[in-house]
Design a protein around this ligand. Structure first.
Ligand code: 4AD
Ligand code: MG
Length: 462
């Protein structure tokens, strides 16, 4: 049976008979009548070195024609390695070729290809060291997130992907319809939502929060973790049109408890990944972002900074720093402001609270000053906002006023109003951008490089 290279390097012993399957990274022919084949199977960053002797029956016909990318199966015996790079190597008794790889057109491993080029071939890029590491870390991060919430008895709720409501009220929605757009635009049919699939206008969700609140208001502590969609025309290294969000929601909780959860959560998932992806994290630390591990260890060890939005604006205005956007009370913080606050002012993670009501979503709890809301954003160096959350407005009258001010009809969200009518409780939650967290963990500069198949304006690719 096939042994994974990760397992083999960890626990197999000299003289063990093993079978491995994977892809050729390099082949080097020695004058002594044998070839070295570096093989990788995706289970870990490290390759195993295979020695294929010219006495093997297919040595001339196949082995000497193995190029990077070819898929093979090797059966053989582990030997103590002569080289310093590895503890063991595999002396092949049999090499079976599954699929050859054309060296003319296969770009991976041939020369140093950059990340931008690799975005055009997202189906092949996981075969590189960097992307293999990215997607192993991505997998571990997802597991760490579930573990964190499961250990604390938060229930995993699957909120819907297709929805009738605009959670963030930002109007950045992808519409879902089965109506024939071509016929409608040619004037051969009328747009009629009553005839549409759901008999009403429907969208891809921008956040599972609203639906999740109904479960928090019956089951207590809950979370959702799924894909979200935003049709915002942002061409930045931190925005995707399809991204994953982790959203916990707690009943009987206020903003302070929400912030405490966010801090414990970030610390926990950072240390989980550092511990369980040590080899890949060393690679990122060495090759992608110097000082990465120290930065993450700081997140684990240091208490987060806290600042109100109002103080943040004052801090920015008094900084003497030149910004593209002048910081002004009432306008949203730009990412240049966020980064300045976290990188230069507090030099670590920072939680900014109590934003002006006018720039935040309708569901956030109004402060007694009626100017600001109980919102919190967690900002981290290099990324800026990584988490957005708030205590929710539990008073039905205030919520209705806030909805109308945001141009929403409370009747359209009467189910959401019910949560305030029938046993309303203080509750709070937040959303973590999964890909932004991955960028932070890996040091990868572009968010397109931490999701398997990126979707951005004008770019669907595969
Ligand atoms: O701040 P946001 O918009 O908050 C919400 O959607 C709330 N409903 C969450 C909640 O309270 N349950 O988004 C949350 C996070 C952001 O902080 C950011 O990390 C990420 O989602 N995010 C994006 N990530 C990638 N591409 C985009 N276009 C993103 N928009 C937001
Ligand atoms: Mg936000």
């Amino acid at each position: 049976m096939r042994k994974k290279i990760k397992e083999l390097l960890k626990s197999s012993q000299v003289n063990d008979q093993v079978v491995i399957e994977g892809w050729v990274r390099t082949r080097r022919d020695s004058k002594g009548g044998f070839s070295f084949i570096e093989m990788n199977d995706g289970s870990c960053m490290a390759n195993i070195q295979v020695i294929a002797d010219n006495t093997l029956s297919n040595y001339e016909s196949e082995i000497k024609k193995l190029f990077p990318g070819a898929a093979i199966k090797v059966s053989g015996e582990l030997k103590a390695s002569q080289g310093k790079k590895q503890r063991v190597e595999l002396l092949a008794k049999e090499v079976l070729l599954y699929g050859a790889c054309d060296p003319e057109n296969y770009v991976i491993g041939k020369q140093r290809v950059n990340f931008e080029l690799l975005r055009d071939i997202p189906h092949l890029r996981p075969r590189t060291n960097t992307f293999g590491a990215v997607f192993r870390v991505r997998n571990r991060l997802a597991a760490a997130i579930h573990r964190f919430f499961q250990d604390r008895e938060f229930l995993y709720i699957h909120t819907p992907i297709i929805t009738g409501s605009d959670c963030e009220g930002a109007g950045e929605l992808f519409q879902v319809t089965v109506q024939d757009i071509e016929k409608i635009s040619a004037g051969k049919a009328k747009c009629d939502y009553n005839q549409d699939f759901f008999k009403k206008k429907s969208f891809l969700t921008v956040s599972g929060q609203l639906e999740l609140e109904s479960f928090a208001c019956s089951l207590g502590d809950v979370y959702t973790f799924g894909p979200t969609f935003r049709a915002e025309n942002s061409h930045t290294s931190r925005h995707l049109a399809e991204f994953w969000m982790v959203e916990p929601e707690m009943a009987f909780a206020d903003l302070e408890q929400d912030m405490a959860l966010a801090e414990t959560f970030l610390k926990s998932i950072c240390s989980d990944v550092l511990e369980n992806c040590a080899e890949d994290m060393d690679f990122f630390n060495l090759r992608v972002q110097k000082g990465l591990i120290e930065k993450l260890q700081n997140i684990v060890d240091m208490p987060f900074g806290h600042m109100t939005y109002t103080d943040a604006i004052t801090e920015l205005q008094n900084s003497g720093q030149k910004f593209d956007f002048t910081p002004e009370w009432g306008s949203d913080l730009q990412s240049e402001h966020e980064r300045f606050l976290t990188e230069s002012v507090v030099k670590g993670p920072l939680i900014v609270t109590d934003y002006p009501a006018g720039i935040k979503a309708f569901y956030m709890k109004m402060n007694p000053n009626e100017k600001t809301v109980r919102a919190m954003d967690v900002l981290v160096p290099q990324i800026g906002e990584i988490i957005g959350g708030s205590q929710r407005e539990e008073n039905p009258e205030i919520l209705e006023t806030r909805m109308r001010a945001a141009g929403l009809e409370p009747e359209g969200l009467s189910w959401y109003m019910d949560l305030r009518r029938y046993g309303s409780v203080p509750h709070a939650g937040f959303g973590l951008g999964f890909e932004r967290m991955l960028q932070f963990l890996t040091g990868m500069g572009n968010i397109r490089d931490v999701i398997p198949f990126p979707r951005t304006p004008g770019q669907l690719g595969i």
